[in-house]
Design a protein around this ligand. Structure first.
Ligand code: GLA
Length: 730
């Protein structure tokens, strides 16, 4: 036997140890720690609270036991398929030579500090056999405790690489139990929550709807560790995928208390071909983790969204009067201009003209025709949009307009001229959703057309102040004539549609950076954090019944800040105007009513509320939100907003169950987020004319008192909606 010199042996051991790479990715509170194993595969060794001594992370890996060697390690940061792992993969490809296996090993990593708060770590992984690379990106927002994750896959083979599964994120957690808070929905029934304890196997949240991705299931969820997290305690991850198309989020739990989360574009009918040297960037998975409950996690997300994601998130918004429910398709110039006066009288900033203003050969007098023909309807609007903009300006309000540029009615000139622009199976009967079909945004000509609709409107009417961008159909018969013509696989349509949409939005924002735009989709079937890069707000739901909205807005509020949520007061329900208005005030407020039909008291009430809103909107839009009383567990809801300086706050309280036994309403509600040492006065606002408040106004409370002893807004079946303004006494 050859003798190995001691020095070489020692060097070998040293080298082996040195090869273990530990990568902590941290925010101010949390850490995701990755480490290479003996085979140079990268796994997650810690997810949760960060350690103050980051050198100690190295030790975690030594105590980590992988539970079943036969099934490979479980903690992979990007689980490949077809080799050593038998669990749900994050990454599955078909190589040029037909081979289906993949392996990803650590090569290198780097962390770049973008500014004081934001850092980006990128980690290069490579298949040792095939020239395929995956770079994992982790962008951290320290103060907000938010992490954004995506991956870039690069094909360096000589021929095509087919991506079968290409997740954005693959996380791994260990806990006693896992509880998932997720949603289902439908038109006018958005964001219905459900809680489930995860059992062994895979729980999937997904969408295959194409355009209106989250009509039935949104890509947002909260995952609690060990036990159900509450508003103020418990460990919880709040996550969402920033992608306006089909998504899939898998939660795979095994028999060893391991949970893997794999989130990304839905692989359903979506194989994507990468030619040699091409790369694919996945959408972002965005998450925040808190050990102090859902409230803190949600606050993290709000702070991040306003500062870094939502268009003009730290800016202002316009209050408006919309004509949809007031007129539907039945209007003309005279009727519209008469509504402008109402907008002014009410005191809103803008009038928003909804659906029905366009198309001539097949006039848009209902939802069966005209979509796609974006010329003003000459009969309804003989003097065009320009005239309306002028008249609105004369009446003292701004003017905004509705479009649904991604869609076409088969009864339209667009359909007649450009059948090849329509998503449809040429050999099968067409299937409609609201009598319409999506246009093929994979096609650059269609992208130009969609951009052109907006560009034309803005060019002709530079004063146009607002766009409501609608999208009312899902994608049936997902077939693209463009992909067929260019000999690209049809399986790219779902992905290329969304990429095409983003290209259009990118162009719109390059030319019109700040014009406020509302993201709408036959109610709230479409909202995510990629689309919100381009939109200032989103339509929560067509359902404006205020009682329903208390619950719906409650759930949306975990993920999206109030400034992004459009809440309109409409005649959808016959609940009194006060309750309707108070609920709408908890976000970006608007109206969809005929002002001239309000009686004297209703008008006076609404005018006063708009004045109150002016005074409080900064606190509602930019302040911290606190959920005080959960309507899913109580007979009422209570929500509070506090501004940065903690000198103004507003508390919204609603009766949500009109039972005889209202004892639970008698107790005080503890406020949150105030300054314990400041002195405050509370005052009931939004009082209906002719009523008086039961709340005493001349008491001065300390912040400590309001947060420790609390305060009773006196909600009852005679006071079903109570808004309290809280101001510092200086
Ligand atoms: C969708 C929207 C509504 C309205 C109509 C117009 O349903 O959600 O607010 O704009 O379209 O057709």
């Amino acid at each position: 036997m050859r003798k190995i010199p001691l020095l070489v042996l020692l060097m070998g051991i040293f080298e082996l140890k040195a090869q273990t790479i530990t990568i902590p990715i941290e925010t101010s509170q949390n850490a995701l720690v990755l480490q290479t194993d003996k085979d140079n595969r990268l796994g997650i060794i810690h997810f949760g609270k960060k350690l103050s001594q980051s050198s100690e992370y190295v030790t975690i890996g030594q105590s980590l036991k992988y539970n079943d060697n036969n099934a490979g390690i479980y903690n992979s940061i990007y689980t490949p398929s077809g080799s050593w792992s038998l669990v749900e993969p994050a990454f599955e490809v078909l190589h040029t030579d037909g081979n289906t296996s993949s392996e990803l090993k650590y090569v290198s990593h780097q962390t770049q500090k973008i500014d004081e708060n934001v850092s980006q770590t990128s980690i290069l992984l490579k298949d040792p056999i095939y020239p395929v690379e995956v770079t994992l990106f982790f962008k951290t927002y320290a103060k907000e405790n938010v992490m954004e994750q995506w991956s870039v896959i690069k094909n360096q083979e000589k021929g095509n690489l087919i991506l079968k599964k290409y997740a954005s994120a693959n996380l791994y957690f260990v806990a006693k139990d896992f509880y998932l808070h997720h949603y289902h929905g439908g038109w006018a029934k958005e964001m219905k929550p459900e809680d489930t304890k995860l059992t062994a196997g895979i729980k999937t949240l997904d969408s295959k709807l194409g355009t209106r991705a989250n009509l039935f299931q949104p890509p947002t969820f909260m995952l609690s560790f060990d036990r159900q997290a509450n508003e103020d305690d418990g460990k919880v991850l709040l996550g969402t995928l920033a992608w306006s198309g089909n998504f899939k989020i898998d939660f795979e739990k095994d028999s060893y208390q391991n949970l893997r989360l794999i989130a990304g574009i839905n692989p359903f009918a979506s194989e994507y071909t990468l030619a040699a040297n091409e790369e694919f960037k996945t959408p972002s998975f965005i998450q925040t983790y808190s050990e102090n409950g859902k409230g803190e996690a949600s606050k993290n997300m709000h702070n991040w969204a306003r500062k870094y994601r939502l268009l003009d998130g730290e800016g202002s918004r316009l209050t408006l009067l919309n004509n949809w429910e007031a007129t539907y398709f039945d209007f003309d110039e005279t009727k519209l201009t008469s509504l402008f006066k109402g907008a002014k009288e009410l005191g809103v900033d803008m009038f928003l003209l909804d659906d029905g203003w366009f198309a001539n050969k097949y006039p848009r007098n209902g939802d069966v025709a005209g979509l796609g023909d974006w010329q003003e309807n000459k009969k309804k609007l003989p003097n065009g949009i320009g005239y309306l903009v002028k008249e609105a300006t004369k009446a003292g309000v701004k003017f905004g307009i509705w479009v649904e540029p991604e869609m076409v009615n088969p009864k339209s000139e667009l359909y007649e001229k450009h059948l090849d622009w329509v998503i449809r199976e040429p050999n099968r009967p067409e299937t409609y959703f609201r009598n319409q079909l999506p246009l093929d945004l994979a096609n650059p000509e269609v992208q130009d057309f969609v951009f052109g609709i907006l560009d034309d409107l803005f060019t002709k009417n530079p004063e146009l102040a607002f766009i409501k961008w609608d999208c009312n159909a899902v994608t049936y018969n997902a077939h693209s004539m463009y992909l067929e013509r260019t000999k690209k696989p049809q399986t790219q349509l779902y992905v290329d549609y969304v990429k095409g949409l983003y290209k259009v939005l990118e162009r719109i924002r390059a030319k019109y950076p700040k014009v406020p735009m509302m993201l709408c989709s036959g109610g709230g079937g479409r909202v995510d954090y990629e689309a919100l890069k381009y939109f200032t707000e989103f339509w929560v739901s067509d359902n404006t019944d205020p009682l329903e909205r208390v619950f719906m807005q409650w759930e949306y509020s975990y993920y999206y800040p109030a400034i992004a949520q459009c809440n309109h007061i409409t005649d959808w329900s016959n609940v009194g105007i006060k309750y309707r208005t108070d609920v709408a005030m908890m976000g970006k407020m608007g109206y969809d009513i005929v002002v001239s039909k309000l009686d004297e008291k209703e008008l006076l009430f609404s005018q006063n509320v708009l004045k109150n809103y002016k005074n409080l909107k900064e606190t509602i839009w930019h302040g911290d939100m606190y959920r005080l009383v959960n309507p899913f567990e109580n007979q009422m809801a209570s929500v509070q907003f506090v501004n940065d300086k903690k000198d103004q706050s507003v508390m919204f309280n609603y009766l949500t169950e009109n039972r005889y036994d209202l004892n639970s309403l008698l107790s005080n509600i503890k406020l949150k987020g105030l300054d314990a040492n400041k002195k405050y006065k509370v005052k009931e606002i939004n009082l209906y004319p002719g009523t008086s408040s039961t709340i005493k106004e001349n008491i001065i409370y300390s912040g400590e008192y309001l947060m420790t002893i609390g305060f009773n807004p006196s909600v009852s079946n005679r006071r079903t909606s109570v808004v309290i303004e809280i101001n510092e006494v200086k």
